[in-house]
Design a protein around this ligand. Structure first.
Ligand code: BV8
Length: 247
């Protein structure tokens, strides 16, 4: 536990935060940790499920082999998420959207907590666990409105099988999502990387694009990551404590 008073925000970051116009924020599972959402690689209880590492059960191959098992896995995850609320980090970022001329929020998370905190136009690189998509007609449905007595729900538009509207390992990201995030990364002057181990691509390349385009890149994480050496500043701390300190 890092005592909050020891979390250091540099004067340079305060100045940049005060003067920034175009800001891009990339978030990962760590920003939801203080809401009680288990992270993937921090030993959270989602890392292995029924003996399978999560990147096996959450993969295109498993979807093709065993769609019911994938639904069971996401139903279990939604059960963990159901009662959880956004934390002060999600709330701080929601307030930033009126603070800056242009704020782009890009998340790897599928939990919907940024939207629940009030953030709008969230770029969901990996989809959303609360949505389902039809294999046949592509229509999207809120899973909370699905009435199904079978593990694999069917589309009420065309009767096709539904799948979680989530990007699995080995699958392409939603059309345009990465491209719009990359475009904003090229024009932002301040880029925050919050709560991600930065091992999943292409998401982890967003801060690299921002850095190459001249943005000031700031990481917020209780520990160093694969991206830390590339960042201009690493604030060692929990997102829920650090972000409200920025104002
Ligand atoms: C793609 C949805 C092109 C599912 C997720 C073989 C074939 C195909 C592709 C690949 C391949 N080998 C590698 C790849 C690329 C692959 C990849 O990157 N693999 C990695 C593991 C090496 N990527 C893909 O497959 C992507 N698609 O490449 O398409 C393609 C397509 C076909 C063929 C070729 C190419 C799709 C990737 C999307 C996968 N779906 N999620 C689900 O949720 O089940 S990714 C999953 O990992 C989550 O979205 C998660 O967000 C993401 C990244 O993890 P993090 O968010 O960083 O979470 P993590 O637990 O790792 O870290 C938490 C961090 O928070 C830690 O640093 C911790 O210190 C910190 N923290 C903890 N507490 C706090 C905190 N920080 C702040 N405050 C706190 N309180």
């Amino acid at each position: 536990m890092i005592p909050t008073e020891r979390v250091l925000i540099s004067e340079e970051l305060r100045d940049r935060f005060a003067q920034a116009n175009n800001v891009l924020v990339l978030t990962g599972a760590g920003i939801s940790a203080e809401s009680g959402v288990p992270t993937f690689r921090g030993g959270g209880n989602t890392t292995v499920w029924k003996g399978m590492p999560f990147d096996v059960i959450s993969s295109a191959g498993m979807l093709a082999r065993d769609l019911p098992a994938v639904w069971e896995w996401f139903n279990y995850r939604r059960g963990l998420l159901g009662a959880l609320k956004p934390n002060s980090a999600h709330e701080a970022i929601a307030l930033w959207q009126t603070r800056f001329q242009d704020l782009t929020l890009v998340t790897q998370n599928i939990d919907g907590l940024h939207q629940a905190a009030g953030s709008r136009n969230v770029v969901e690189l990996h989809g959303n666990i609360w949505r389902a998509r039809c294999f046949d007609c592509g229509s999207r449905h809120d899973v909370r409105e699905l009435k199904s007595d079978t593990l694999v729900p069917v589309c009420f538009d065309c009767g096709g099988n539904l799948r979680p509207d989530v990007v699995l390992f080995g699958e392409m990201l939603p059309a345009g999502a990465f491209e719009s995030a990359a475009m904003k990364a090229q024009t932002c002057d301040l880029c925050f990387v919050i709560g991600t181990s930065a091992v999943v691509y292409p998401a982890a390349s967003i801060p690299e694009i921002a850095r190459a385009a001249g943005a000031h890149v700031v990481e917020v994480n209780p520990e160093h990551t694969a991206l830390s050496d590339m960042c201009d500043e690493v604030v060692i701390g929990k997102a829920g404590e650090v972000l409200p300190m920025l104002g």
